[in-house]
Design a protein around this ligand. Structure first.
Ligand code: TYM
Length: 331
């Protein structure tokens, strides 16, 4: 059975980008594959959270994973820092990762721009830690959004380089995965780029947002003056709203508004109202579970403990074998 690994950084509550880009696939994959899903709390240290924030954010992700339908009986659900073996593999892979290629990573370049006062080595080697997460369990499929494609390419590079150096076929090649064949990028509500945690509170719709908040955010989304010629090309901010509608609404609804746009009959107020209603519906089930799960400390404790045990079993086997390959042999 193929192995699947994926994680989400503990940097806050999950939004629709995380859900449609990653978690929705996790839920389906746990039925068919040997899955490891985790909370990437080591990765979140690049932004220097306080201990309280770090712990609170790990809890947000764990609670929302469970509310979305991850089943600890069907997959291995764990907190990254409960499996310190990953840091050892990270160290070994770092010996084969070169400054030039790390500096060329787009996520690193973005970070230089967004946090110029904190360009730490953890940011530079972020893709190495991510590669270690993945190949630690010999994953071949990695459900992620489009923004992670380059990281997967780097994970293959680091795994292959290890194999070449030690003349082995030990690590397999992992590939980014989405059931819809294509990796997706969910846009935000600001009319510009992707939905993200760092793009401002109004840009992202969170799984835990109340219906009122969702309505408020969507109704405030940027639009233009409306189409003036039939079959006019959509400007970015309108295309983004259609992309959001595509994931939360039915095909009929989408077609209705697409036709309305193409015949210049669209009313953006109605369009946004429909998107908000469908978002509220799409997240209703998850939203209704978050509060109860968050209160259930004994469940969270049990899930994290079971996940750590299962993940460490797999991880320690890999580390033992890697040590042997590298030449760390007991006397
Ligand atoms: P993070 O926390 O930034 O994002 C978690 C997952 O959500 C996806 N995602 C999106 N997908 C579509 N549209 C969006 N707007 C959007 N925003 C976020 C991301 O693609 C990702 O799948 N590096 C990873 C965390 C990680 C990881 C790993 C993932 C660490 N180790 C090993 C897979 C395997 C990240 O930045 O996640």
């Amino acid at each position: 059975m193929e192995t699947v690994v994926s994680g989400i950084r503990s940097t806050g509550k999950l939004h629709l980008g995380n859900y449609y880009g990653a978690v929705k696939n996790f839920i389906k994959m746990q039925e068919q594959y040997n899955c490891f899903f985790f909370i990437a709390d080591y990765h979140s240290l690049t932004t220097h959270p306080t201990p309280e924030n770090l712990h609170g954010n790990v809890k947000h992700v764990l609670v929302e994973y469970l509310a979305a339908g991850l089943d600890p009986e069907k997959c291995t659900l764990y907190v990254q820092s409960d499996v310190p073996e990953v840091t050892e593999l990270y160290l070994y892979l770092n010996m084969n990762a070169y400054l030039g290629e790390l500096e060329r990573s787009t996520s690193f370049k973005d970070k230089i721009r967004s946090q110029p006062n904190n360009v730490n080595a953890g940011l530079l080697t972020y893709p190495v830690l991510m590669a270690a997460d993945i190949i630690l369990h010999h994953a071949t499929k990695v459900p992620v959004g489009k923004d992670q494609e380059q990281h997967l390419e780097m994970a293959r590079t680091f795994g292959n380089r290890f194999n070449n150096l030690y003349q082995t076929a030990y690590f397999k090649e992992p590939y980014a995965f989405n059931f819809s064949e294509q990796l997706i990028k969910i846009p935000g509500l600001d009319g510009k780029g992707k939905m993200g945690k760092s793009e401002g509170e109004m840009n992202a719709v969170y799984l835990s947002d109340s219906p009122e908040i969702i309505k408020k955010k969507v109704m405030k989304a940027v639009t233009d003056g409306g189409p003036t010629v039939d079959n006019q090309e959509k400007p970015q901010e309108i295309q983004n709203l259609f992309d959001l509608m595509k994931v939360v609404s039915t095909e009929d609804t989408y077609q209705h508004f697409e036709n309305a746009y193409n015949t210049c009959a669209i009313r953006y107020g109605d369009f946004k109202k429909q998107i908000a209603e469908d978002m509220i519906l799409a997240t209703a089930d998850i939203r209704s579970k978050i509060e109860d799960i968050a209160q259930n400390t004994s469940l969270l404790h049990k899930v994290a403990k079971l996940g750590a045990e299962k993940a460490r079993e797999s991880a320690s086997k890999t580390i033992k074998e890697v040590r042997e390959i590298i030449g760390f042999r007991p006397f």
